[in-house]
Design a protein around this ligand. Sequence first.
Ligand SMILES: C[S@@+](CC[C@H](N)C(=O)[O-])C[C@H]1O[C@@H](n2cnc3c(N)ncnc32)[C@H](O)[C@@H]1O
Length: 413
Amino acid sequence: VVNIRPWGRVADLVAITGGRDDDLGQLIDEAGPAAIADLLVAEAQQRLDPQPGLSEVVIGLTISHAGRHHVYQVTFKDDQATIAPGAPAAPTVDIGYEMTDLARLLYPAHPGYGSASRKVRVRTWPWTAPGGDITEEQLQEMAQTGEITREELARVGRDRFAVLAAAIHAVICACETQSQSLSDLAIKYGSDKWGSVHWYTQHYQRNFAEVQYDPLRILEIGIGGYNYESIGGESLYTWQRFFPRALVYGLDIYAKPAVTGPRIRAVQGDQNDPAFLAELGAEAGPFDIIIDDGSHINQHIVTSFTHLFPHLRPGGWYVIEDLHTAYWPAFGGNASPGASGTSIALLKDMLDRLHQEEYLDSGHPDVENPSHPSEIVLYHNIAFLRKGNNLEEGIPAWIKNRASRWTSPGESR
Ligand SMILES: C[S@@+](CC[C@H](N)C(=O)[O-])C[C@H]1O[C@@H](n2cnc3c(N)ncnc32)[C@H](O)[C@@H]1O
């Protein structure tokens, strides 16, 4: 039985940020503004980068709706950055957003949606920045008595200003979706899809640029970390960040209780078990994107494709990574040209299905089979297959009728 923790309001929110203000406001009122504020903060927390080198900076984050204010404390301390409920006693800075605006900033329907409501008020200098907790007055006095030079005084001011700016910038980056390359995100979250073993992010970025801001449902087979319970999820975190409105499922044969996120669900199951895959598809699908980065055993790749492709939305994409195992016997691969049962053989079959209308008579692929691609994009070791009926008539019937009688190319003349 597939056991997936429900998404709750986040699924409604990511869908509705692409719609009217009235509907967004109504959702907030129905769910309760405090609950939605908590949800938005959980998303921001996930994106908040620690600022190593800051000894301590505290920022008040206020989310307002219908005249009511929901206040949180953002703390940068040592190598940690946390957001907790409640107003800070003595914040260095206050940052505020309208709740509807913050929802659209976190889950933007368009790239470059900018804040219309952000308010940043600097209350004081960050006294706990490098230079210790010496106050401005003490510093001025030290400069007057010659204990420090005026140049040193200016340098302390400049350093403190940089600290403040870094902390404010980190909060804004956490609250407002900024465009970052998928390669940068893969490096940030430790996914091997770029930079060391594989070179896939450039292809993902290119193929998925047009749907990046859509409210997608994504399933990746293979969470990572194998039987190490606390390891894995690197690519799920990458997707969660790259697709700001996506709900992201990860599937692994091992339980991954430590892999969590506001828009991430880790599911345990076998990618080679048809009954489980059917249940997963029925419960979590239909998906917009399915990525197979699991065992890379050829038979598993074929089973997963056969049973999950039907749960892909028309127009959605099925991605198969690590095609090199098609040639490796240890993974059930076979390097001979006519080999069957491998991922590459599956792709060759899909190429035939793409051209199903061009068969003259015998050997026509099964047109009733729901596993039809309308687009196939192949790169070194990674394939993207787009689902869609491919029933468009290509070569006109009168030419095919004649061609079926030709026995040599010369007859066409
Ligand atoms: C290459 S790692 C996934 C890496 C991850 N997608 C990433 O990019 O960070 C492969 C994962 O597939 C899982 N796996 C192996 N066999 C599986 C199966 N039969 N069903 C589901 N997952 C499986 C392993 O436990 C492992 O965690």
